[in-house]
Design a protein. Structure first.
Length: 258
């Protein structure tokens, strides 16, 4: 059995793990960052928490005899993606990134791009607005610099402690979210602007379709430039790559496993 490590935390990582879990020739492990209190259930064994940077991940790859590494983290998780690229080179382990393509603006979208959360808050302007914010709990601090706005914040885990803001409301929920549901939510709260990441995928696209239907502006956080590593966009491509990479390793007598 060849050992496969998936750096996860995304829908695509879970779906890939489900496919690989059916194979008797693979021993698959999913690694999660550990920031979410109640992560989605995985079909394979899970390790949680950091590795201690690129060096720690390289040690893990060697010590656990990992035969291939798949980086299926969030498009904005650039630190772990960079560590994965460095660690794979150091440990001599084949690496492939599974990167979902970004959303593209279409007719009816009113997007403006922000460099980061602080820039997004600046782009809200001086006039009080009603913003729907769909960012991670650890990224919300910049909102406190503009308390004149109303913020509707949706996150997987509760924001604790609550932000010191006079006009804020919280929703704790996990996607996927439908366009109809997000349209109703924005209408009920009289939202006039969305602050979001260009995460790609279908699980959270509902809010994008909703803003288009309602004529609402979107402040989209710019995607970071990914590290230099081979990448694909689908699980099918990952499976084909794994089969090729492991077959090549077996032919060279270098396959790692249990």
């Amino acid at each position: 059995m060849s050992r496969i490590l998936i750096l996860g935390g995304t829908t695509e990582a879970r779906e890939l793990a489900e496919r690989l879990a059916r194979r008797a020739d693979l021993d698959v492990i999913v690694s999660l960052a550990g920031r979410t209190k109640s992560p989605a259930l995985q079909p394979v064994p899970v390790r949680s928490g950091g590795f201690g940077g690129a060096a720690g991940l390289a040690d893990y790859l060697r010590n656990e005899r990992i035969g291939a590494l798949v980086d299926a983290t969030h498009p904005y998780a650039n630190v772990i993606s960079g560590n994965a690229a460095t660690a794979a080179r150091e440990a001599g382990v084949p690496l492939l990134a599974l990167r979902r393509p970004p959303w593209r603006a279409v007719a009816g979208d009113r997007w403006i791009e922000a460099a980061d959360v602080a820039d997004a808050v600046r782009l809200l302007g001086e006039r009080p607005r009603r913003a729907f914010v769909t960012l991670g709990r650890t990224e919300l601090g910049a909102l406190t610099t503009a308390p004149r706005h109303f913020y509707l914040i949706r996150s997987v885990d509760a924001v604790e402690p609550p932000l010191p803001l006079p006009c804020v409301s919280y929703i704790t929920d996990r996607g996927p979210f439908s366009e109809a549901g997000d349209r109703a939510l924005m209408s009920a709260h009289k939202i006039d602007v969305l602050i979001a990441k260009n995460s790609g995928g279908i699980a959270s696209y509902g809010k994008i379709g909703a803003t288009r239907a309602l004529g609402i502006q979107t402040i989209m956080l710019r995607r970071p430039v990914p590290p230099d590593a081979p990448a694909v966009e689908t699980a099918d491509e990952v499976v084909a790559w794994l089969d090729h990479a492991l077959a090549s390793a077996i032919a060279r007598g270098m396959v790692r496993g249990v």
